[in-house]
Design a protein around this ligand. Structure first.
Ligand code: DAK
Length: 258
């Protein structure tokens, strides 16, 4: 692949968007490679994914403005669908995805981060949704996910004004979970991913699905979703072993994903 690199480190997969000459902006090729990369991740071998940008300046500086500049209405819609399909794939990916935001997260970059489960950022990260200053709406889920994460009022302010926000402000709003010096961002992301990967994979996957699916429906339906996913964890080797270990007052064996 030209623009998206993949590295497997134990149970953790690291996906890096590497198009540094355009600050990792998302053109059609990047979106296509991102989709292929996620499609090829083995769920047998991988329990958590980290998504980051190459270099020290930018996570993703948005959708590619050059590519978008001449699009027709139909092409614009098709481009939006391509991005939305990939972002939705990441959001619904069976295992957790951590965005390690190492600089600019603008427009489609902020939207990409929002499709991940957990966001952590470097101190130099900058967030914004600049789309209305370019004559378009946010098109990769920004009008939908930002309000769900930080609340309606602040999301509307950011989307209408295009104001830039530094990492500490993003932290205060809950857009990111933690902020670290740039040089330690990937180590912190790896620590978080490894901690998740040490837990029972079937249970982690069921938890992600329960939260994601439950957030889309009313509480009565959501509780039923949880019940079914809770039930689905029983009779697994990992559930049997972990509970037996507790009852027998011993340390559980490492989880085997069965
Ligand atoms: N697209 C294409 N190229 C970009 C880019 C982008 N988003 N961002 C940066 N680059 C390129 C620059 O053109 C420059 O290329 P060269 O001139 O060297 O060839 C190179 O990256 C380095 O950028 P700068 O020289 O500008 O670097 P600075 O440090 O001076 O400034 C900056 C960094 C991030 C502040 C600045 O580059 C900037 O403002 N970039 C644009 C950020 C932006 O507005 N991003 C949001 C894009 S809009 C939709 C689908 C999708 C979307 C919307 C609708 N539907 C179809 C409905 C999504 C929209 C967006 O994401």
């Amino acid at each position: 692949m030209q623009f998206v690199k993949y590295e497997q480190r134990g149970f953790v997969g690291i996906v890096t968007i590497d198009r540094q000459k355009a600050l990792n902006a998302l053109n059609s090729e990047v979106l296509g490679e991102l989709e292929q990369t996620f499609d090829s991740i083995s769920l047998e071998e991988t329990r958590c994914v980290i998504l980051t940008g190459a270099g020290e300046k930018s996570f993703v500086a948005g959708a590619d403005i050059g590519e978008m500049s001449g699009l027709s209405k139909a092409e614009g819609e098709a481009f939006g669908k391509k991005g939305n399909d990939v972002f939705r794939k990441i959001e619904a990916f069976p295992i957790p995805v951590i965005a390690a935001i190492n600089g600019f997260a603008l427009g489609g970059g902020c939207e990409l981060a929002m499709s991940c489960d957990i966001r952590i950022a470097s101190e130099n990260a900058v967030f914004a949704q600049p789309e209305v200053s370019l004559g378009i709406t946010a098109g990769f889920g920004g009008t939908q996910r930002l309000a769900r994460i930080i609340g309606l009022g602040k999301a509307k302010e950011l989307l209408y004004t295009t104001n830039k926000m530094k990492a500490d402000a993003a932290l205060a709003l809950g857009l990111v979970n933690a902020v670290y010096p740039l040089e330690s961002l990937m180590d912190e992301a790896a620590k978080l991913a490894e901690k998740i990967a040490r837990n029972a994979p079937i249970a982690v996957r069921a938890t992600k699905k329960a939260i994601n699916d439950g957030m889309q429906v009313g509480i009565d339906e959501a509780i039923v979703i949880e019940e079914k996913l809770f039930g689905s964890c029983f009779e697994s080797e990992d559930q049997r072993n972990a509970m037996a270990a507790f009852v027998e007052k011993r340390k559980p064996d490492p989880f085997v994903n069965r």
